[in-house]
Design a protein around this ligand. Sequence first.
Ligand code: ATP
Ligand code: MG
Length: 232
Amino acid sequence: MKIEIKNLKKKFDENIILKDISMTIEKNKSTVILGQSGCGKSVLIKTIYKLFSFDNGSILYDGKSDVEIDNFSMLFQYGALFDSLKICENIAFTDFINNKTNFDRKVLSLMNDVGLDKSVFNRYPSEISGGMKKRAALARALYKNPKVIFLDEPTTGLDPVNSDKINELIINVITKRKITAVSITHDIKSAIKTGDNYYFIDAGVIQDKGYCKNILKTKNKIFKSFINGAKY
Ligand SMILES: Nc1ncnc2c1ncn2[C@@H]1O[C@H](COP(=O)(O)OP(=O)(O)OP(=O)(O)O)[C@@H](O)[C@H]1O
Ligand SMILES: [Mg+2]
């Protein structure tokens, strides 16, 4: 799905978070959103996801302003699994809460796709590692075959080795399944490695954009200082 955002403005009461954001999310590509903590990255993707309304501008999904929210999946920033549910129930959450029970095969196939051993099928989140939880959360996001997946800092809390593994997994999965991806990251290295296009937000507007492979060649002063100050 192609998503076109034009002159988007979003405020909470009098607090303007996004002043004027225009960007194009290309179909089946990986778009990365970068910016300082608190600049409005999560608010932006939640607005695109239709979890928030907006105050001005337009968002078109394949040319239309209406979109079925079932096309979307999100890996939330602090994307916790439900502690009281088993891994299989977490992954099949949408079916599980509707009392559907025949999801075992689909869950096992997804677990295989994200590199989770079948021995964790009946375990609870507290019984598996952080990296495994991320894999399970990714499997849950893929369960409904989304056209667009939003990833809000998918590797937060992981060590560098596991972050690399999860980033690699995400690229493989979205390329194989032809999914449009929109991700937020603080990690410049992973943006370069995993993204096609980037947008850098500062002070409520897009300060810089381009191909991820050219991030380190940027001429934008604010983005440059962000890159130099960013921990990676
Ligand atoms: N539901 C809400 N109601 C009011 N203000 C909100 C709401 N959600 C976010 N904000 C405000 O919007 C601003 C941007 O928040 P957001 O979470 O988008 O930042 P971010 O760029 O994702 O930061 P980080 O990198 O730390 O995750 C913050 O000042 C925050 O307090
Ligand atoms: Mg955020």
